[in-house]
Design a protein around this ligand. Sequence first.
Ligand SMILES: Nc1ncnc2c1ncn2[C@@H]1O[C@H](COP(=O)(O)OP(=O)(O)OP(=O)(O)O)[C@@H](O)[C@H]1O
Length: 304
Amino acid sequence: MVIEIVGVSKSFGRVKALSNVSFTVRNGEVVGYVGLNGAGKTTTIRIAVGVLPPDSGNVFIDGYSVVKEKKNASRLVGWVPELPIFESDFRALDYFTYLAGYYGYSASDARRIGKELLEKLGLGDALKKKLSEYSQGMRKRFALAVSLIGDPPNFVFDEVLNGLDPQGIAFFRNLAIEFRKQNKAVLFSSHILSEVEGIADRVVFIHKGRIVGDYSMEYIRQQAQPAIELALTTVDGKVLKLLEKHGEPVVVSEKRVLLRKPISDSSQIVVELVTAGVGVLEVKKHEKHLEDFFFELIRKAEGG
Ligand SMILES: Nc1ncnc2c1ncn2[C@@H]1O[C@H](COP(=O)(O)OP(=O)(O)OP(=O)(O)O)[C@@H](O)[C@H]1O
């Protein structure tokens, strides 16, 4: 229902992995946790699920502290680690059935649910394979199935999309829709913003152990719209009125306008401007990609 990360810091020797990290994943929210390799995502996640103690700060899962009430907190959160490790002598479906037994499922129910889930995750042909023979990506998918057994109210997934094929990604996307409906709080990490796009409602960005941004996906998409930058001989009310027919003009400087969300071709706009007696000094197309938003945050964080 709610995952609250409050002022968490963690160092490994001289490496400061996390500095005062705080954010909340609320009820019914699916939050992407995006950062470059080594930014601190895995460290945050391991602390959030109680397998790594923070140096300072705390994480609360539905109000239970992972530091002081670890047993209660961990019961309420399902997770998929970055590199899942299992008792590898077991065959996949047998191991799933064994684990589900802990949650009170009968062996026949557990096998039925396990088969269904593993098939959906593209492991239908590998139900009888030993986990030791599973590839890293297959282990990831198996771990995702296992995390769903107890139907916990909160989830934390570490790079879960990494290792899923298109079918697996579609499965995860649908899962996210279900989680939202069921009011669960879901945090999932990725180092690729465009990968979380169709899934997350919000994105928290981490860079060098610090949170550098927290935005709704809607806002990020808006910012990442393409635009046409125009340098003109004059920028006045008449010019803006003309441009409004073609998008959302924003005056950048005395003679520069950024036409956001353009709906017409730049050549058509230039013709209209020239016909109206406005000189066009420069036309620049901004093909803004989602990742640019992420890199801009990093640049700002670096003081550039
Ligand atoms: N057990 C450890 N011992 C020493 N340093 C560590 C340990 N775990 C993490 N680090 C360091 O802490 C920093 C953050 O690592 P972390 O694994 O949390 O990043 P990440 O964002 O998950 O990256 P990746 O996507 O590569 O997994 C890195 O500098 C890493 O080298």
